[in-house]
Design a protein around this ligand. Sequence first.
Ligand SMILES: [Cu+2]
Length: 434
Amino acid sequence: MQLREGFMMVLSTRLPLIVQCLLSLFVTTSLSAPIIITRETFKTCRRGAFNGVPADCCPPKFIQGPIVDFSPKYNPSKPLRVRKALQCLTGKELTIYTEKLQRGYALMRALPDDDPRSFKRQNEIHCAYGTGPFIQNASANLTLDIHLNWFFLPWHRMFIYFHEKILQTLLKDPNFTLHFWNFDSSVTLSTSERPGCFKAGHFFPPMYLDPSKSTFEPNRTYRAFEPSRPVDLSFDATQWNPLGGVPPVFPNYTLEEQVWRNGATMYKSVVSSSNASSFIGKPFRAGDVQIVDPTIAAGNSEKWPHISVHMWIGGLMYLAQTSPRDPIFYHLHANVERIWDLWHKLGDGRADPSDPDWLDAEFLIWDEKKVMRRVKVRNVLDIKTLGDTFENVNDASWICFQNSTSTTPSNCSSTKTSMYQSRLRDSCLFRGTE
Ligand SMILES: [Cu+2]
């Protein structure tokens, strides 16, 4: 019996939940040891599956050359690369960035399939870690997955980090950054006391819509092609049955309703997640059977808005075995990383796990020089040590969310919200629609 984990909305494709829970009680032989990926993991890679669709994405079984430990080389005297909000790029900066991004993906797509930096292989490594082909410590019964548990955020940060490095190398530009799709910002402010981007970002970024360019993906749903349709962050994929054969249905809310729902979702996911378990996800250790239910083990950072945005875009983004083949994947995840950073800043117990089974978990991933790197979770927890930081954006639009149906400007009067705002050095003045 295969007890592997899938992506998120896959619970109905596997065992009934009650059976999974019972199995996890009786079968789990948790060693209280971290998950460690080794050469053996690659050697024993086998077919995976997702939503009943086979996933044939094992990387080469024999890792050539040495495996080199990764440790971030942080140089405080060197300026950080600033990941910016896509919706605020204008003029020459927008033209140059769009051209670079499209050239970077054209170069990546042109790499041969045996190059681990190629666009195809980038997808495959995510698929191998995310559809069950890897098994734990040579145990034929226990698979592992970097979704639906506490590895979601750190594993994707590793992946995005090396993906950004590969683009830098291909473009011969060490300062190239993967800017973020700031889908959670629903309000435009005409003035702000601080530098940053204060424009709504909830529309699909137009730079990905040119069919002649390498950043285009034709299988996205119509939603991504409607320029005035805001993304729906509130869609609950945990309630969608992927076996029904019917794509998820997104209601047609008015802009005002959608902004309200998005604000409520972001508040629920980030501000209301007051501890690591609720935001980062539940533990997953060597010997654990992964529970295939996003409502149990996945953190809110994975469920909302991340899964909602995957579903809203649709096409290749529906499935774990194909989602990185849509270039928007990387900009969606750059924003998920930014939201993780923001969650830390809210404080009040919002801190990463200190459990060594999380911190010392090890993953293997190829770098920009085609060298296999051994990366521990503890190596990627501070984005600054990886050389990146994020532009300020209008998080106030949802941090100030108050549970009312009013969409008129709010002055964020509650003590707690004001406290969060002062921590973020923000001026929380408006929550209305554009
Ligand atoms: Cu993923």
